[in-house]
Write a protein that binds this ligand. Structure first.
Ligand code: THU
Length: 131
């Protein structure tokens, strides 16, 4: 478990780095995300907003779509970082995460430490077409 926590802290530092590229001139709420895939690859994303607000996308979905675009559909862990307070993924992102894993740890930051919660707890009974 200690090794897992160290790994997740590293993943969080990658998410923190990604948050620096946040394009959020409207909300001014920077978010960064790092997705760890089953082959060990890490993909990052940030929130990207638009003057037409509804077209904005969260950091988590940017990171997941980045992973999938690079051929990785097996998600092991998702770290979400924001400098202001902690965030857990929004409802839409929880559903998108659930598409690619039923058992991933979600890591989010608190002021002093990281917190870990499983996607099963964040979105029980997620919608899926396959059984
Ligand atoms: N946002 C994320 O990137 N991830 C979340 O989990 C929650 C919200 C973004 C969307 C928007 O750019 C800004 O944070 C404020 O809602």
């Amino acid at each position: 478990m200690k090794n897992k926590k160290e790994l997740y802290k590293k993943l969080m530092s990658v998410a923190q780095k990604a948050s620096k590229n946040s394009y959020s001139p409207y909300s001014k709420f920077k978010v960064g995300c790092a997705v760890l895939c089953s082959n060990g690859e890490i993909y990052t994303g940030t929130n990207i907003e638009n003057a037409s607000y509804g077209l904005s996308i969260c950091a988590e979905r940017t990171a997941i779509f980045n992973a999938v675009s690079n051929g990785n559909t097996k998600i092991e862990a998702v770290a979400v970082y924001t400098p202001y307070k902690y965030v857990t993924p929004c409802g839409a992102c929880r559903q998108v995460i659930s598409e690619f894993t039923k058992n991933a740890d979600i890591i989010y930051n608190s002021i002093t430490d990281i917190k870990i919660i499983n996607i099963k707890k964040l979105l029980p009974d997620s919608f899926c077409l396959k059984s």
